[in-house]
Design a protein around this ligand. Structure first.
Ligand code: RUQ
Ligand code: CUA
Length: 639
C-alpha cells in the first residue's frame, strides 16, 4: 500500500479496522448465531448472478477502490446526521460510505418502531403525525460537539425536538408559542446553553383573529429555548421574517437572515427590495431586559418577550445585505458570519468583532461588512474547512464554490479586481441546497469531506416514477481542488446535515432507562403495585379499561394468552427482559393496528380498543430467534 493509499484508508475508516476490532465484531455475529438467530445472516446469492448486475468484469475492474470505499465489515470514519425534511425524521449516515445506517423518528408516525402510536410518543407529539425537519445540530461545549443531544426543528408545526444521543430517541419536544414556520435554529456554541429558533413567517401576534388583513402589522419571533430543560426562556419580537439562524462562539450574539424586509405577502412583493437584512441579536442585552422584567407577554403565553420591532436598538441591529439572503454561517475561527445572497451572486462577510461598535452606535451596521465576494448565481449556504476557505452552495448554477476568506476581505478593502478569492468550482447534480463539511460548524473543522444536498437528481438514478429522490453527493475537500466522489439517492427531503468523527458520540446498546419516558412507566407500576420486570398480568382499571403487563424473553412472551371484554380499551405494557445487544422484540396484535418495538431492557406501551369478540393472535414482529414465528399468544375477547 502506498503512503497515499494508507492516508486515504485512515481518513476513510480510521484506525479501528484493526484485526482486533474486526474480530470482536465477528464474535458478536457468532454469538447471534449461537442464540439461534443464524438465519438472519444467511445471504443467498444465486450462482452466476452478480448483485451489481455486471458480472465478473465488474469485480475485476474493482481492484482500485475509490476514496469513499468502506469495505464489508469496515466502519465509517465519520457519522452524519441528516434532517429528513417532509419525512419528519432524522437519518444517521456513515461518511464517507454515505450508507444510511439508521433512522430516528421524530415528528412522524413510524410503523417500524411504533413511534407516534406508542403512549409516550403520542404524549410528546400531542396527536400530530407529520413534521418537516430542516436543521439538525448537536449540543456544544467549548465550541465543539459534546455528544449529548441532537436538536431538530419542525417547520410545519413550530416545534423543537431533542434526541438523547445515548439512546438515539427523542426525549423532549417543545412547542414554540406564537411562531409559524420555525425554520433556522442554532445552539449556542460556547456551551449549549440556549437553542435559538427563528419564525420564518410573520403573523398577527397574538394570532387570534386580529389584524387579519394588515400584513404591515404582522411580526415574527426569535425564540430562546434552554437546551437542558427544553423550556422556552424568552422571545424577541421583530417586524419582518427570519430565515436561517447562527450563533457566535462566545455566547454574545445570534444571527438571523431576513429575506423579506418589505413584509410582502406575494412572491413579487417578497423580492421587491435590493437590500434585506441580517439581524444580529445581542444576547446579553436581551437577558438583562428579561432579568429586569423589561418585557411583555403575548396572548396566553407567559414567556417574556422583548419588543424590538422597528428601529435598531441595544437588542437587535440590522446589517443590510443584498438580496433575499438565505443561509448564515459562522466560520470556525468565530471571526466572521457569512450571509448568502440567494438573489444576489454574492455572499456578505460580517466581522463579528465590529458588532460591539455597531451596537454602541459608533459605526453603522453596514460598516461591519468586510467582504462581498461573487460566488455564483443563487448562493445558499457556506461550509468551512478550518483552513480559511468557504464552500458556498450555488443553487441556480448547480455548483459548489470554494473561496478564500482573507483574499475576499483584501479584495473588498482594496477595491482591487486583480485579487480573485475564488479558488475552485465543482459541478453538483443538481440545484444544491445545504452543504456541510466535517466539523464545519465547530472550531475543530477538519476539512476532509463536504456533503452537498442536491434538491434534484434528474437523470442520476434509475427512473422510479413521478417522485425522484434527492441526490446527496460527497466531495473530497482535503486537496486544493474539490473532487466529487459519490452520488447518493435519499428519500425526500433532507435539508441539512452535520458530519463529525465517530469518536464524538457513544450510544448505548441496552436501554439504560434514564430518560423521562421511564418516569411514566414507573408511576404506572407503582400505582398498580407491580414490578415491570416480573409482571405478567391483566389489571382492570375501570369499567372498560384494562392494562396488560407483559414481559418478553426470546422466544416467548410472559403471557401465552390474556382475556378482555369486547368494548374494552386495552393498554399493553411490554418489558423486554433480554439484554443481548440488538435482541429486540415487539408487539403486533392481529387486525388491531397495534405494532411497536421493544429494545433490550426497554418498556413500551400502546393503547387500543378491542371491539369485537373473538380470538386474536398477538406476535413478535422482530426476527429474534429460530423460534421467532412461535413467539405469539392469544388475546381472547369475550362477548
Ligand atoms: S433551508 S436549502 Cu430549510 Cu436550511 Cu437552506
Ligand atoms: Cu421476539 Cu421475534
Amino acid at each position: 500500500m502506498s503512503d497515499d493509499q494508507k492516508e486515504r484508508e485512515e481518513k476513510t475508516t480510521g484506525e479501528d479496522n484493526s484485526e482486533a476490532s474486526r474480530a470482536s465484531r465477528r464474535e458478536f455475529f457468532s454469538h447471534m448465531a449461537v442464540m439461534g438467530a443464524g438465519a438472519v445472516g444467511a445471504a443467498t446469492v444465486l450462482p452466476g448472478c452478480d448483485r451489481n448486475g455486471n458480472g465478473e468484469e465488474r469485480r475485476q475492474a474493482q481492484v482500485d477502490y475509490p476514496a469513499d470505499h468502506v469495505g464489508p465489515g469496515e466502519l465509517d470514519r465519520y457519522y452524519g446526521f441528516w434532517s429528513g425534511g417532509q419525512s419528519g425524521e432524522i437519518r444517521i449516515f456513515g461518511v464517507p460510505s454515505m450508507r444510511e445506517i439508521m433512522r430516528v423518528p421524530v415528528f412522524n408516525r413510524d410503523a417500524a418502531t411504533g413511534w407516534g402510536a406508542t403512549d409516550y410518543s403520542k404524549k410528546l407529539l400531542g396527536g400530530r403525525t407529520t413534521g418537516d425537519t430542516h436543521h439538525v445540530h448537536l449540543s456544544y461545549t467549548d465550541g465543539t460537539y459534546d455528544g449529548r443531544y441532537v436538536y431538530v426543528n419542525d417547520k410545519g408545526c413550530a416545534r423543537l425536538a431533542r434526541v438523547d444521543i445515548e439512546t438515539m430517541e427523542v426525549d423532549r419536544i417543545t412547542d414554540i408559542p406564537h411562531s409559524q414556520g420555525t425554520h433556522g435554529i442554532f445552539p449556542q456554541r460556547h456551551k449549549t446553553g440556549l437553542v435559538l429558533c427563528n419564525s420564518e413567517y410573520c403573523t398577527p401576534i397574538p394570532n387570534d383573529g386580529r389584524e387579519l388583513d394588515e400584513p404591515e402589522k404582522y411580526a415574527a419571533l426569535h425564540t430562546a429555548i434552554d437546551g437542558e430543560t427544553m423550556e422556552v426562556e424568552w422571545q424577541v419580537m421583530v417586524e419582518a421574517n427570519m430565515d436561517l439562524c447562527a450563533t457566535d462562539y462566545e455566547g454574545k450574539y445570534s444571527f438571523a437572515t431576513c429575506y423579506n424586509s418589505d413584509k410582502g405577502v406575494t412572491v413579487p412583493e417578497m423580492q421587491a427590495s435590493d437590500m434585506d437584512h441580517a439581524y444580529v441579536f445581542n444576547l446579553e442585552a436581551i437577558q438583562r431586559a428579561v432579568d429586569a422584567g423589561d418585557t411583555i407577554t403575548l396572548g396566553d403565553s407567559d414567556v417574556p418577550v422583548v419588543d424590538a420591532r422597528g428601529e435598531d436598538s441595544e437588542y437587535v441591529i440590522r446589517v443590510p445585505v443584498p438580496k433575499s439572503p438565505h443561509g448564515i454561517n459562522v466560520d470556525p475561527t468565530g471571526k466572521y458570519a457569512v450571509a448568502a445572497g440567494k438573489l444576489s451572486p454574492t455572499v456578505t462577510v460580517i466581522a463579528i468583532d465590529k458588532l460591539a461598535d455597531a451596537f454602541a452606535g459608533n459605526i453603522e451596521p453596514r460598516d461591519c461588512v468586510v467582504a462581498e465576494p461573487e460566488v455564483g448565481l443563487g448562493p445558499l449556504h457556506t461550509a468551512f474547512d478550518g483552513r480559511g476557505h468557504g464552500y458556498t452552495s450555488i443553487f441556480i448554477d448547480s455548483v459548489v464554490t470554494k473561496w478564500d476568506i482573507e483574499k475576499a476581505i483584501e479584495q473588498y478593502q482594496n477595491g482591487d479586481d486583480s485579487i480573485d478569492p475564488i479558488i475552485d468550482k465543482v459541478d453538483v447534480h443538481y440545484n444544491v441546497g445545504h452543504v456541510n463539511a466535517s466539523l464545519s460548524e465547530t472550531k475543530d473543522a477538519d476539512g476532509q469531506w463536504l456533503v452537498a444536498l442536491c434538491k434534484f437528481s434528474k437523470d442520476r438514478f434509475l427512473n422510479v416514477g413521478l417522485l425522484h429522490p434527492e441526490n446527496d453527493q460527497l466531495i473530497d475537500i482535503s486537496g486544493s481542488k474539490m473532487e466529487l466522489i459519490h452520488d447518493g439517492p435519499t428519500y425526500p427531503e433532507p435539508h441539512d446535515c452535520v458530519v463529525f468523527p465517530r469518536e464524538l458520540i457513544e450510544p448505548v446498546k441496552v436501554q439504560p432507562r434514564t430518560i423521562d419516558r421511564f418516569r411514566m412507566y414507573e408511576e404506572w407500576a407503582q400505582e398498580d403495585g407491580v414490578d415491570l420486570f416480573r409482571a405478567n398480568k391483566v389489571i382492570r382499571k375501570g369499567e372498560d379499561f384494562v392494562r396488560v403487563y407483559m414481559t418478553s424473553v426470546a422466544p416467548s412472551f410472559g403471557l401465552t394468552d390474556f382475556r378482555v371484554k369486547a368494548g374494552d380499551t386495552v393498554q399493553i405494557v411490554l418489558t423486554n427482559l433480554d439484554d443481548v445487544e440488538d435482541l429486540a422484540h415487539g408487539m403486533c396484535v392481529a387486525n388491531h393496528d397495534v405494532n411497536f418495538l421493544v429494545n433490550p431492557k426497554d418498556t413500551q406501551s400502546q393503547t387500543f380498543r378491542a371491539e369485537k369478540p373473538g380470538v386474536y393472535w398477538y406476535y413478535c414482529p422482530w426476527f429474534c430467534h429460530a423460534l421467532h414465528l412461535e413467539m405469539r399468544g392469544r388475546m381472547i375477547v369475550e362477548a
